[in-house]
Design a protein around this ligand. Structure first.
Ligand code: ADP
Ligand code: MG
Ligand code: ZN
Length: 475
């Protein structure tokens, strides 16, 4: 029997506001433990939370960008559970009446477009952080993160493969980054994902029993964990067993999921509306203001790149993965309009160098302007494509302009026809045997002659011209 995976993702994105969601404490990461705290975020008796307007503003931007219906009135609720990182004994979250529902985003995998529904987006506060002492049976708690604003984005179970799950997450992350509302960093925890997965016989329209996978700290982990879990559930069913509804943890070292808690041990959160917070009313005008401020979104920009610059879908996807990279590409194309050439150099050399050094485009030593100049130098025949790689390397090391480097290193390509003819003549005279063989049909020797000429000119000869001259002379 063939099975179809069914996947729904719950994503938490940390919002980049200056202060926390219900108090004025800083959200800055990396401060000494418990220095960004106050009676409100520590949950002292008698204090009152005040909603941070910026949190709502950011959430509205996300809701609009994901085509959600925005509730004119939404509510905050208390989600009750006991854990030492939660000073109030409850987390303030939205439950029955979230701020946004019923949206979608479009993803693309292997050239195929697919719409993934967004069930809801709601706002909530983050909990603190436990630090376990490796040497003693002791844990410490840091409340700096307590009350840092999060949005939770819940997808419909519309995803049917690990690859689609990855594409969906990347798209969501690109959106929060374009909007400037979250760093979207999975490794650092500002973008977290829990994955719900079940399988069912292909063609069936009822859902199978699902498991929820936690501890997914990178895109790779999400995809690996889903592949593992789909295979595990398939095996259970094929052996005549039943999938148990439970929460499972991804173990990245062993590359498998392990059972964490079952349905019986699931929390009863005893949600109820928080009496300390008024219902949140969002006027139409506010939504329109946010809508007007929205930048061009990754999906739109990608489509425009394909259309306007005539790029393959793959190129557009890579180039629009971040707003800064897309800006870099467009700045370059402005002064050097052969877009596919620019794309090749940005995807090959620029991203190659950046990735190798773990840097982002903002830290790139080669400005868009300099890259454009470099490509113009190739087109004008001043340098060859091969020399350009060398020049690029030097640009990367020094930040100098390509013209400066070409001059300093005396890299100018030899395109003087008579000068090259003289070199070719000399080479042919020196290798009469090879010339003879070539003329008897061993035309593969052309490469040998080209190599000799390049050697004579320290690689500066224009290869196209050398080829032409050689062919003429060897006729
Ligand atoms: P909970 O509150 O327990 O996390 P929800 O009903 O809110 O449960 O669902 C959470 C996520 O699980 C959603 O993304 C949803 O699409 C997904 N989901 C629900 N049922 C299934 C299923 N049978 N298989 C896979 N995913 C599912
Ligand atoms: Mg859940
Ligand atoms: Zn505080």
């Amino acid at each position: 029997m063939e099975f179809e995976p069914v996947i729904g993702l719950e994503v938490h994105a940390q919002l980049k506001t200056r202060t926390k969601i219900f108090c004025g404490c800083s959200t800055k990461f990396g401060a000494p433990p418990n220095t960004h705290t106050c009676p409100v975020c520590l949950g002292m008796p008698g204090v009152l939370p005040v909603l941070n307007k910026k949190v709502v503003d950011f959430t509205l931007a996300m809701a609009i960008a994901t085509n959600c219906r925005i509730a004119a009135e939404s509510r905050f609720a208390r989600k009750n559970y006991f854990y030492p990182d939660l000073p109030k004994g409850y987390q303030i979250s939205q439950y029955e009446l979230p701020i946004a529902e019923n949206g979608y985003i479009d993803i693309e995998t292997q050239g195929e477009r697919k719409r993934i529904g967004i069930t809801r987006i709601h706002m909530e506060e983050d909990a603190g952080k436990l630090i376990h002492d490796p040497n003693r049976p002791l844990s410490r708690v840091d409340f700096n993160r307590t009350g840092v604003p999060l949005i939770e984005i819940v997808s419909e179970p519309d995803i049917h493969s690990a690859e689609q799950a990855g594409a969906y997450l990347r798209q969501l992350r690109a959106i929060v980054r374009y909007l400037g509302i979250s760093d979207g960093n999975m490794e650092e925890g500002s973008f977290r994902c829990d994955a719900n997965v079940s399988i069912r016989p292909r063609g069936s329209d009822v859902f199978g029993t699902r498991t929820e996978i936690k501890n997914l700290n990178s895109f790779r982990h999400v995809e690996e964990a889903l592949r593992f879990e789909i295979a595990r559930q398939t095996e259970v069913l094929l052996e005549g067993g039943n999938v148990v509804q439970e929460t499972r943890l991804w173990d990245p070292d062993q590359k498998k999921t392990v059972a964490m808690r079952g349905k019986e041990e699931a929390h009863d959160y005893r949600y109820f509306p928080d009496p300390d917070l008024l219902p949140l009313v969002v006027e139409k005008q506010w939504i329109e203001e946010v809508r007007k401020r929205l930048p061009e979104l990754p999906g739109e920009r990608k489509a425009r790149f394909t259309r306007e610059y005539d790029l393959p879908a793959y190129d557009s996807e890579v180039l629009t993965a971040s707003r800064e990279l897309a800006d870099y590409f467009e700045a370059c194309v402005k002064s050097y309009p052969r877009a596919k050439q620019v794309s090749n150099w940005v995807m090959g050399s620029v991203l190659g160098y950046l990735n190798a050094q773990g840097k982002t485009i903002e830290q790139c030593n080669v400005s868009a302007d300099h890259l454009a100049q470099l490509l113009s130098l190739i087109d004008s025949g001043t340098i060859s494509g091969k020399m350009a790689k060398e020049v690029f390397d030097e640009m990367w090391q020094t930040g100098k302009s390509p013209k400066e480097i070409v001059k300093e290193k005396d890299l100018v390509q030899v395109t003087d026809r008579s000068a090259l003819e003289a070199v070719v003549d000399a080479v042919l005279t020196r290798h009469p045997g090879e010339v003879e063989a070539y003329r008897c049909g061993k035309t593969k020797l052309l490469g040998f002659f080209v190599g000799q000429v390049m050697k004579q000119t320290q690689g500066k000869a224009n290869p196209k011209m050398v080829n032409e001259i050689l062919r003429e002379k060897l006729e």
